[in-house]
Design a protein. Structure first.
Length: 154
């Protein structure tokens, strides 16, 4: 599958910033604790789980929650790995993504879609574990590519 990767425009970077602010507000309101900065993966897990399983859960809020939680999830990947925010396009459309290791592993994650799939499956806690697993996968890919080939000792 061919992907076209482009750098973010200023408007897209600003939208990410807005979504990160919305994620902090979502966590503050849902968890009842003040979160000023990027909420931790555990705080995101708790808020998403609480919201998803609330008796007053409102499906009309799903898009905004998926956006802000997805962007916060993606920002954790950007902060913890060599992945960076991009616009990725393929035959299915164009979307914000985090991407890295071009030509070495071409790791591409669609954070909002990642969260949306868990929303549809009613999985409330997955963020902290997923971030850790993706970090390990990225690190393993980097290490695999940094090892010298037996036939190329220089």
């Amino acid at each position: 599958m061919d992907h076209q990767i482009e750098k973010l425009a200023a408007a897209e970077s600003e939208w990410i910033s807005q979504q990160l602010e919305a994620a902090a507000q979502f966590v503050t309101i849902t968890n009842g604790n003040d979160t000023q900065d990027l909420p931790s993966p555990e705080e995101l897990d708790q808020a998403f789980h609480t919201w998803l399983n609330s008796p007053t859960h409102n499906p009309s809020e799903a898009n905004s929650v998926i956006n802000c939680v997805g962007i916060a999830f993606g920002q954790h990947l950007v902060d913890r790995t060599p992945l960076e925010w991009v616009i990725a396009s393929d035959q299915y459309g164009t979307e914000l993504a985090v991407y890295g290791l071009p030509g070495q592993g071409d790791i591409l994650v669609y954070p909002q879609n990642f969260v949306a799939k868990r929303y549809e499956a009613k999985i409330g806690r997955f963020i902290a574990e997923s971030i850790n697993r993706i970090q390990i996968d990225v690190s393993n890919t980097q290490n695999r590519n940094q090892q010298k080939k037996w036939w190329k000792p220089w």
